[in-house]
Write a protein that binds this ligand. Structure first.
Ligand SMILES: CC(C)(COP(=O)(O)OP(=O)(O)OC[C@H]1O[C@@H](n2cnc3c(N)ncnc32)[C@H](O)[C@@H]1OP(=O)(O)O)[C@@H](O)C(=O)NCCC(=O)NCCS
Length: 172
């Protein structure tokens, strides 16, 4: 998949598009934010160079296939407010995993619900998969609320390998 074929998803509030290298400042802001990183097991961005490398890596992975990574921008102002991605895509199992993050000042407005619904429709209607999995830290209430509002089902047991994580599944 390349930039010409990458799916752009548009709703009233948000436009989901591919990240470009010009987004480096917003990507740096997202990936260096302590509040956003609180429950995420990832290397935070320390420099602008880290953000640029990250964007290049994401777009290389998209080109190889097997992942989707969207910038969430506001449809009205074009402001980048977060990201949402699909990874571990399996055509065999018709399943994938979802991940997302929103700048703190844009949280609590229903923006991620709208973005996630667009991505879920994409998975079920365009990819024709029938299962989406999400792993969330047990204490990540905002993410847990979001997943429950989207009708994901919470597994009774935590992940065996990572007991701090709860597994959520949405099936069609
Ligand atoms: C997880 C995360 C994306 C959730 O963001 P969010 O803004 O809370 O999610 P939503 O889009 O569902 O917004 C919901 C809130 O907006 C409010 N809201 C305001 N206007 C709304 C509207 N028009 N429609 C829907 N909800 C609205 C809701 O009441 C809800 O708040 P509540 O749960 O207190 O009732 C965010 O907390 C985040 O980025 N966290 C850091 C990264 C992270 O942990 N990612 C998860 C990795 S697994």
């Amino acid at each position: 998949m390349n930039t010409a074929t990458f799916p752009i998803l548009i709703t009233k509030k948000v436009t989901l598009r591919q990240l470009s290298i010009a987004d480096y400042q917003d990507v740096f802001d997202l990936r260096s934010d302590l509040e956003i990183n609180k429950f995420l097991d990832r290397q935070p961005c320390k420099t602008i160079e880290d953000a640029k490398k990250f964007i290049n890596k994401v777009n290389e992975n998209i080109e190889k296939g097997g992942t989707y990574y969207w910038a969430i921008s506001l449809t009205d102002t074009k402001q980048l407010v977060g990201t949402i991605c699909l990874f571990d895509l399996s055509s065999e199992n018709k399943s994938c995993e979802i991940g997302y993050e929103l700048m703190v000042k844009f949280q609590g407005q229903g923006i991620m619900q709208e973005a996630a619904k667009a991505v879920i429709d994409f998975v079920f209607q365009t990819l024709k998969f029938n299962k989406i999995v999400a792993f969330t830290h047990n204490d990540n209430l905002n993410s847990t609320n979001l997943l429950l509002k989207l009708n994901f089902l919470k597994a009774i047991e935590s992940d065996k390998e990572f007991p701090n994580l709860t597994v959520f599944t949405l099936t069609q």
